[in-house]
Design a protein around this ligand. Structure first.
Ligand SMILES: Nc1nc2c(c(=O)[nH]1)N[C@@H](CN(C=O)c1ccc(C(=O)N[C@@H](CCC(=O)O)C(=O)O)cc1)CN2
Length: 291
């Protein structure tokens, strides 16, 4: 079993990006600048936005963090987005999800200028990606594709099962893996909460992408030997034996599945860090349009 090491791979990518930034600065060109908008004080969201800001510092990007209170109105948030849309210093920005329930997420994401939408969530970028046109690819799917490619996992003609159909992971993954691209050309099945006899489907999969947000849902008896498993899930499960009072669990029961898998991502240290690295790659691309 080979571990698809997202922590090491994301570090390699950040080193590559840092080298690119040094060249950009040496040429007197604009330094990439990423902004992040955080609404509220959800612990996980604060961790992830903090990691994005720290990653920017590491590679030499400029970064701006806008923190708004939990009770921020939708109108106030939309105003902040419009300010970022017209600020030429900002190359790309993200609005950290999830948003508080009183705010319409889709309306907020559609307010982001597609040319600055480094999350790749705007319908324009989703449409462009679907039509094989240059676009920002959502960071988590982008990171999964990069992992599969760098570890040379065979995907052409493979039976891929994507479990979960979210707009930010499952849906784009199903599109990307079916496209003619490195780590693509697969035959894709999208499973979800309404899928019947899921174990019969997963047992036939060469590659499984688990992105449904149910801790340790996928177990060893649900997969075949030599399967490749990508665990997108990350749930904080109470665990008093841990310093932080919780442990991180993926959607995959690692102990039983890793006994059968040929490749598997760990949680933590798999897809998560890749999400951060690929967001930086999207920001570098956004900035390149100006340089
Ligand atoms: N605007 C966005 N919101 C959210 C996105 C996104 O891509 N754009 N994705 C997720 C959260 N996410 C990025 O924001 C994210 C999740 C996990 C990690 C990560 O590195 N996890 C570590 C463990 C971190 C911890 O200690 O909890 C790991 O898996 O090793 C990075 C980014 C939802 N929101």
């Amino acid at each position: 079993m080979i571990l698809l090491d997202g922590k090491k791979t994301s570090s390699d990518i950040k080193i590559e990006i840092a080298e690119e930034v040094k060249k950009i600065k040496a040429q007197g060109k604009k330094t990439p600048h990423l902004a992040a908008v955080l609404v509220g004080t959800d612990g996980a969201s604060m961790t992830y936005v903090g990691a994005k800001v720290k990653a920017c510092e590491l590679v030499g990007f400029e970064s701006t963090l806008i923190e708004l209170p939990e009770d921020t109105t939708e109108e106030k948030l939309l105003n902040e987005i419009e300010i970022l849309n017209i600020d030429n210093e900002i190359d790309g920005f993200i609005v950290q999800l999830p948003l508080p329930k009183h705010i319409d997420e889709q309306k907020v994401l559609m307010a982001i200028n597609p040319d600055k939408d480094v999350d790749g969530f705007h319908p324009t970028n989703v449409g462009r990606m679907t039509l094989d046109l240059p676009s920002f690819i959502p960071a988590t799917p982008f990171g999964i594709m990069e992992l599969l490619e760098r570890y040379k996992v065979e995907t052409s003609g493979a039976n891929v099962v994507v479990i979960g159909r979210s707009h930010i992971v499952g849906r784009p993954m199903s599109i990307l893996m079916s496209q003619k691209r490195p780590a693509g050309d697969a035959t894709v099945t999208v499973a979800h909460s309404r899928t019947k006899n899921l174990p019969e489907i997963t047992k036939k999969a060469d590659i499984i992408i688990a992105a449904l947000g149910i801790p340790e849902f996928l177990t060893g008896d649900m997969v075949k030997d030599q399967v490749t498993v990508i665990d997108v899930g990350i749930t904080r499960v109470d665990d008093v034996s841990k310093k932080r009072g919780y442990r991180l669990a993926g959607d995959v029961h690692f102990e039983s599945v890793s006994k059968k898998a040929s490749f598997i991502t760990p949680v933590p240290g798999g897809v998560g860090p890749m999400t951060i690295a690929m967001l930086l790659k999207n920001t570098l691309l956004a900035c390149s349009y100006k340089n």
